[in-house]
Structure formats: structure tokens, C-alpha cells
Design a protein around this ligand. Structure first.
Ligand SMILES: [Zn+2]
Length: 206
């Protein structure tokens, strides 16, 4: 290879890379997780004095289930899973955008009503927007990734790799919706056709 060809190759590679690699926001939390994410212990550790010894941020070792009370923000372990998966995706060249996460019950009610108007019945609406008490968004246990923003292939990457951090795509009709259905590294359960399966039997008979 002549020097000229080599220079050309380098320039072309640089151009390609600058287009493929996302511009990663260098927030402190990203830097911390980038260096210290530890999949084998299902924990994310914070750097202190140049080591990874202190302040472990747990992802939780099993499925994260709703608590007895409604929270006012996303579940902290769920948030850590999101941070970890976002950093890992960036390393693989994908930019993840959380387009919806924690919702207040009143927000979910608003979305549900809008869906009823759109789909014509509560039953049809519930296939994509659940009544507030059945949705995991007000529980702080659901995130929507790259819905109407960013690339669909990035959400697909989470579908294929999210299990490593305990995140699973739940529904066939929502490529963007993920829940902490397993412990990190475990196998995601089979997908459900739509959100109707989150509603207990007999609910519609009332
Ligand atoms: Zn969702």
C-alpha cells in the first residue's frame, strides 16, 4: 500500500466511524458506568479514588416486582439497569433514548383515555395502553426506548442484549417497551402478544 492509499484508507475509516458511532454524552454517570459495569456480579460500581471498590449500584439479582406503594420516580434498581444498558449500547454503536419511563397515575389515566378515543373501546385501547392500575409505568418498572425517536435498530439491540442487565421486551406489539422481568443474565420469558395479558381474568366482565 502506498502512503497515499494508506492515508486515503485512514481518512475513509475516520469518516465512516464518525457517522456510525453516536455522540456519547459524557455525563459523570456514564463515565462511571462505562468503566465499572460488572455483569458477572450483576452490579454497577461507582469509581472512588481511581478504583471500583466503593458504592456499588445494584441492578438487583432477580425480577423487580412492584412494591405495595406507588413510587414517585423510577425504581432505583430499574434506573441502574437503564444506565448500564445505555452505556453498553453506546459501546456497541447504538444510541438509546428513553422516550417514556416513570408516569404518574394521572399521566397513565390521560394516555388511557386518549387511547380509548383512538381505538373506540377500553378493550381495544388496553392492547397498547393499560388502565393505570395494571401498567408498570406508574410502578416505576417500565421504560420505552426509542419510540418515535432515534433508531428502531437500537431498540432491537436492547431486545437481543437487554437480558444481560435484566431487561426484557414484553409485548409483540411494542418494540420499545421493556420491563425488569428477570435477574441480570437470566433468560427473558416468552413475549406476550399485547398488554391485555397484564389484566387479570374477569376484569372485563365487571
Ligand atoms: Zn411502555
Amino acid at each position: 500500500m502506498t502512503l497515499r492509499t494508506r492515508t486515503a484508507v485512514v481518512l475513509i475509516s475516520l469518516t465512516l466511524f464518525s457517522q456510525v458511532l453516536p455522540v456519547q454524552s459524557a455525563s459523570a454517570v456514564d463515565k462511571v458506568l462505562d468503566v465499572c459495569a460488572n455483569k458477572s456480579t450483576a452490579k454497577v460500581r461507582e469509581i472512588t479514588r481511581g478504583t471500583c471498590k466503593y458504592s456499588e449500584w445494584s441492578l438487583g439479582a432477580s425480577q423487580i416486582k412492584p412494591g405495595n406503594r406507588y413510587p414517585s420516580a423510577m425504581n432505583p434498581r430499574m434506573a441502574n439497569r437503564w444506565y448500564a444498558v445505555r452505556v453498553a449500547a453506546a459501546k456497541a454503536g447504538y444510541t438509546l433514548i428513553m422516550t417514556s419511563g416513570f408516569r404518574r397515575l394521572i399521566d397513565q389515566q390521560y394516555l388511557y383515555k386518549k387511547a380509548i378515543a383512538k381505538y373506540g373501546s377500553k378493550y381495544e385501547a388496553a392492547k397498547s395502553v393499560l388502565p393505570p392500575k395494571f401498567s408498570m409505568h406508574p410502578r416505576g418498572l417500565a421504560i420505552d426506548i426509542n419510540r418515535n425517536k432515534g433508531s428502531k435498530s437500537a431498540a432491537k439491540w436492547v431486545e437481543l442484549n437487554g437480558w444481560k442487565w435484566g431487561l426484557c421486551r414484553r409485548y409483540d406489539n411494542e418494540f420499545w417497551h421493556f420491563e425488569p422481568l428477570i435477574g441480570p443474565g437470566k433468560q427473558c420469558p416468552p413475549r406476550e402478544p399485547n398488554a391485555l395479558s397484564a389484566i387479570p381474568d374477569g376484569y372485563w366482565d365487571k
